[in-house]
Design a protein around this ligand. Structure first.
Ligand SMILES: NC(=O)c1ccc[n+]([C@@H]2O[C@H](COP(=O)([O-])OP(=O)(O)OC[C@H]3O[C@@H](n4cnc5c(N)ncnc54)[C@H](O)[C@@H]3O)[C@@H](O)[C@H]2O)c1
Length: 264
């Protein structure tokens, strides 16, 4: 299926690893020139190679070290991308998830950090790309969020609360930018095999006094498919939302969770 996005410029947040990297690779396979970024500068050279390889070595791929919780760092990065690759057509907002824990674990410092990282990075990234998307009359914004948009996940207090605000942005912004040919949608992954899934399983395992492997097995059993998601499955969904074909879909949330979420 031709997604119709060959030659577009895509920025994928937190793409030094995990879901961001898988999404950047998928967009490169679809012929996009890709900007990847991450706070972990050491991860970027290998990630860039992987994205270049996914694109058959023919595309332009630039890598930017950035702390996405920092407003001025986002502005500087987007200015650099516009100079290196041109204006951004496809934005995938993504950042490392907030720390796990209950309400009692959540200090003001952790709340504010989670808010800056998960919520304000989304706001600032969207703000930085919208003017040029409006000028061109085309744009795709995809927020990598969580299945928590539909059903709160135990022991993820900050993530559950802050991500709902992301959903509020998408639903409110969608009609504001629709006439400019820009769509905005959320993807809600369930447990997917990345470092984050292992980190969260580790936190749950510690509370239960079991090993991370045992906890990952229990997690897989709760998913009707009987396994964790694969990053490339999430990435394929992001690529579809980025496509020309998805031009009439906006303001929605699509779960990629193997059927785990019970909410209607
Ligand atoms: N993997 C899952 O099971 C799962 C499920 C639901 C939601 N999510 C969410 O999806 C998002 C991506 O998750 P993942 O599984 O790819 O996680 P991951 O831990 O595998 O990768 C996260 C990436 O974000 C980078 N990062 C962290 N803080 C950053 C910052 N301040 N600025 C820039 N980059 C930063 C890390 O260096 C890392 O490369 C997270 O918000 C996570 O909570 C993941």
């Amino acid at each position: 299926m031709d997604l119709g996005i060959s030659g577009k410029v895509a920025l994928v947040g937190a793409s030094g690893g995990g879901l961001g990297l898988a999404t950047a690779q998928r967009l490169a396979r679809e012929g996009c020139n890709v900007a990847i970024c991450d706070i972990n500068a050491d991860a970027l050279p290998a990630a860039r190679e992987a994205v270049l390889e996914a694109g058959g070595g023919k595309l332009r791929v630039f890598a930017y070290p950035v702390d996405l919780s920092d407003a001025s760092a986002i502005t500087e990065m987007v200015t650099a991308i516009q100079k290196d690759l041109g204006s951004i057509d496809i934005l995938v907002t993504n950042a490392g998830g907030p720390p796990p824990g209950t309400f009692d674990d959540a200090t003001d410092e952790k709340w504010l950090r989670g808010y800056a990282l998960t919520f304000m990075s989304t706001v600032r990234l969207i703000r930085s790309v919208l003017p040029e998307m409006k000028t061109k009359g085309w744009g795709r914004i995809i927020n990598l969020a969580s299945r928590a948009l539909l059903e709160p996940i135990p022991n993820l207090m900050i993530s559950n609360a802050v991500r709902l605000a992301m959903s509020g942005i998408a639903k409110t912004l969608a009609p504001e930018i629709a006439s400019s040919g820009i769509t905005i949608n959320n993807i809600g992954p369930g447990p997917t095999s990345t470092d984050r899934a292992i980190e969260l399983a580790g936190a749950r395992a510690k509370k239960k006094g079991i090993s991370v492997e045992e906890e990952l097995e229990l997690t897989a059993k709760q998913i009707p498919h009987g396994r964790l998601g694969r990053p490339e499955e999430l990435a394929a969904t992001a690529a579809f939302f980025a496509s020309e074909l998805a031009g009439h879909i906006t303001g929605t949330t699509l779960l990629v969770d193997g059927g785990e979420t019970k909410a209607l």
